[in-house]
Design a protein around this ligand. Sequence first.
Ligand code: FER
Length: 256
Amino acid sequence: MKTIPEAYLAPCSKPGTVVSLPYGKKFILLYTPAAPASRILYLIHGGGGNQYAFFCPQFLHMIDHMIAEGVMPPVYMVSPCFYDPDETDKTPSSSGRAVAKFCDELRGEIIPLAEGHIGRTFTRNERIISGFSMGGVTTWYAFLQALDLFAAFLPLSGDCWAFGEKGGGSHPEETAAKLAETAKESGLDFYIHAITGDRDIAFPNLDAQMQAMKQYPEAFGKRVDYDVMPGGVHDYETIFRYLYNALPPVAGESKQ
Ligand code: FER
């Protein structure tokens, strides 16, 4: 895995713009790149986080540079928050309940809001969903609940919780079977690129799930890439590096 160039930490001469878009008592942040974009990335924060976890100067400078220097085609980005505004319980079980139903909000409110503001509805092939930790858990829920909305999934250091908290670790076989069945029944094409690190607290859970998914080559095969970065830990800085390497998602181009 390549390291992020030092220059990408500094502001870029062609920055994108970020606006806040309210809905009910909540809001999303929308990043519009400096050049016209034909894809949109929905980025989901981890447990205890919010809209600003990904949309911090360090990450936005990196994205600005990746676009300006042609590392990645221009992309819109949306950063929502999966917690209700009055939620004070940010434990894994509370977060787990929030993300289990968050795809309804994505489908019913967030996607129409973001794409309505941009002025065009993107196709599923133009939409990407990614997230860190509980945001990775959300990304797996999106695969189960919203495969009609997204074709590319980048779960980062988070497993699928369809069979309970850290279910990828406690129920890897059931989880893999459910994901494979969802893939098969949808008849839709997709690409999943899961990434974590071998020193990440979520590694045992995601790894057990990814190993179990290998039992379904017909459903997954070339549609799934899985990378484990040696030394990778459970923090945003490490996750930014995964995204530097994995964006844009292209099947078969996974890099170790
Ligand atoms: C995991 C997925 C998510 C995991 C932890 C989390 C330890 C999140 C924890 C948190 O938000 O505190 O597999 O394994």
